[in-house]
Design a protein around this ligand. Structure first.
Ligand code: HMG
Ligand code: MG
Length: 284
């Protein structure tokens, strides 16, 4: 039997959050509804952040209200603080993601707090979520390089990942936010993180700025990572990370994994359809 590798689709959130065109909610809903047929277990569709900071995510509640919920799919939403958590709950998100950084420069630029303050801010979210059995995922950004602080020490990534995991995040997604990772850097980072968090609870989140995302996925696979975030059509970027190009494209990752002999459970023809839709959303 083939070994399973899961792709966590982040296109409707990470893919669209940085698009300059104001994308109508109906288009976002249509993209999620198409992705529903691809075979994902988890799709990140919303982000309850300040609309002043990320205007593109302002319609997140309407997106969650408008999508057709497919059986077996969990719809995830980002929440930077308690207000975002409550808004995500009200919109019936199936899981939440909190997002920290392994570098102080990006933490300040992205969420306006230090790393330590961000973890403190996430603790009440994790406690509230635990009471109602709502899964919370944790992101760590800038796992190899930061646009403000330069190279990130692997030990710092391990420390932040460990803190999020200890406070109750069920999975830690390690973000190469600006796509400066190389297989070597990713391997060093993962070896440090694996000491503190079981590799079965880690995910790789690679932006493809330098075209190295697939190589970095290979390096992560070799060290036991079996979950990867990706965005259909290779959409993506972060408004607070200059140089952050698109996320690695879901359809390319799925094809690569299948070629390596892994099973993703995804339907390539639906992925192509969704990728066309995503690219058209960018181009219009
Ligand atoms: P702040 O300015 O320090 O905080 O922002 P504030 O409390 O003064 O709030 C500012 C305004 O936002 C206020 O409104 C609040 O009410 C409002 P005003 O009084 O000025 O009218 N506000 C909110 N509105 C809606 N929902 C909320 C919320 N909270 C406050 N939840 C804050 C701090 C965290 C809010 C801000 O910095 C923020 O929203 N940052 C989000 C940035 C972001 O979304 N970045 C992209 C996602 S991270 C990413 O892409 C990386 C990832 O993909 C992994 C990787 O690639 O590495 C995950
Ligand atoms: Mg990202």
């Amino acid at each position: 039997m083939k070994e399973r590798v899961e792709i966590f689709e982040v296109g409707p959130r990470d893919g669209l959050q940085n698009e300059p065109r104001e994308i109508p909610v109906a288009e976002k809903i249509a993209l999620v509804d198409c992705l529903n047929r691809a075979g994902f277990n988890r799709i990140e569709v919303a982000s309850f952040v300040s609309p002043k900071w990320v205007p593109q995510m302002a319609g997140s509640g309407e997106v969650l209200a408008g999508i057709t919920r497919a059986e077996g799919v969990r719809y995830a939403a980002l929440a930077p603080n308690m207000r975002g958590y409550e808004d995500a709950l009200a919109a019936k998100a199936d899981e939440i993601a909190v997002f920290a950084s392994a570098s102080e420069g990006f933490s300040k630029a992205n969420i306006n707090v230090t790393i330590a303050e961000s973890i403190e801010r996430f603790v009440p979210i994790l406690e509230a979520a635990r009471h109602i059995d709502l899964p919370v995922r944790g992101y760590v950004s800038c796992v190899t390089d930061c646009p403000y602080d330069g190279p990130t020490p692997p030990e710092k990534v391990a420390e932040v990942a460990d803190a999020l995991f200890a406070h109750g995040c069920y999975e830690i997604s390690l973000g190469d936010t600006i796509g400066q990772g190389t297989p070597d850097k990713i391997a060093h980072m993962l070896l440090a993180v694996r000491e503190r968090v079981p590799v079965s609870r880690l995910a790789g989140h690679f932006h493809d700025t330098n075209g190295r995302a697939i190589d970095n996925i290979d390096a992560s696979l070799a060290l036991g990572v079996r979950v990867f975030d990706a965005a259909v059509g290779g959409l993506g970027g972060c408004p607070y990370a200059p140089g952050a190009a698109g996320n690695v494209a879901t359809e390319a990752v799925a094809e690569h994994l299948e070629r390596l002999g892994y099973e993703t459970g995804l339907d390539a023809s639906v992925l192509e359809q969704a990728a066309d839709m995503a690219r058209a959303m960018r181009a219009e």
